[in-house]
Design a protein around this ligand. Structure first.
Ligand code: NDP
Length: 246
């Protein structure tokens, strides 16, 4: 596990947007960021799940979060501009962005991979992250210490048979992260890094490995150290790097 001990109020006064915040790793990250003092914006496609996370954050007495239902599958550039405008109006700042929402597609050889599924996976995993980052850059540039985390995978660092669009989308995610890191280095205080969560007990993992014993896997809560480190001020000089949560 990535070694790091966050201190109380690590993320105080920061506004952080988490995509796919209703379930799995995104939910754990949203709760964890809020625990350490951040105001979190919960973005995802299932409003009920976002509401449950919202309630949990309120019950625990963390800073009041916000909900932003959005399906990344069909979202247009205008939707991302609206998102940026709403964040600017409501909070006037954005200090962190966790691109966590992801789509697995199917585990199929490339020779038989369905083209519509390919486009859908690339849309959610890569194009959405590109459009969202582009729309939110002006707000992130205003922050004195902004951090953007992209979510990768082991198959986004070494290709593996049958992982199709998902693997290719994660390679592209690493590329997007590196290009942004290089472009912004001289002109802003934004850092861009990627995290490979490693095998983690979530719905997506169960879909990919239905026969596996889930109890043996790390829980989303177990892998939060690297996310906290990258969102907090101690990672300030770190830019363009690929991390492993486990
Ligand atoms: P989950 O399936 O538990 O969560 C994925 C989240 O993304 C859900 O909240 C889901 O919303 C949201 N999401 C999916 N599609 C869309 C969409 N079109 N629009 C908006 N939100 C969407 O998966 P994990 O927590 O496991 O995955 C989180 C990230 O970690 C992903 O990027 C995944 O690729 C990556 N990862 C996970 C690993 C693991 O072992 N779990 C290993 C390596 C990488 P909803 O709940 O409404 O469906």
């Amino acid at each position: 596990m990535f070694e790091y001990q966050a201190h109380d109020n690590l993320l105080a006064d920061r506004v952080i947007l988490v995509t796919g915040a209703g379930d799995g790793i995104g939910k754990a990250a949203a709760l964890s960021f809020a625990h350490y003092g951040a105001t979190v914006i919960l973005l995802g496609r299932t409003t009920k799940k976002l509401e449950a996370v919202y309630d949990e954050i309120e019950q625990k007495g963390y800073p009041q979060p916000a909900i932003y239902p959005m399906n990344l599958d069909g979202a247009s550039p205008k939707d991302y501009d609206d998102l940026a405008q709403r964040i600017d109006q409501e909070f006037g700042q954005l200090d962190g962005l966790l691109h966590n929402a992801g789509s697995l597609g199917t585990l199929t050889p490339i020779s038989q991979y369905n083209i519509d599924t390919w486009h859908q996976v690339m849309q959610v995993n890569v194009n959405a992250a590109f459009m969202m980052t582009q729309a939110l850059l002006p707000l992130l540039r205003k922050s004195s210490d902004a951090s953007v985390i992209f979510t990768s995978s082991s198959v986004g660092r070494k290709g593996r048979a049958h992982w199709g669009a998902y693997a290719v989308s994660k390679f592209a995610t690493e590329g997007l992260m590196q290009v942004l890191a290089d472009e912004e280095e001289e002109i802003s205080h934004i850092r861009f890094n990627s995290v490979n969560p490693g095998a983690t007990r979530t719905a997506m993992r169960a879909q990919a490995y239905p026969a596996e014993d889930q109890a043996k896997l790390a829980s989303p809560e177990d892998i939060m150290n690297v996310y906290l480190y990258l969102m907090g001020p101690e990672s300030q000089p770190v830019n363009g790097q690929a991390f492993n949560a486990q």
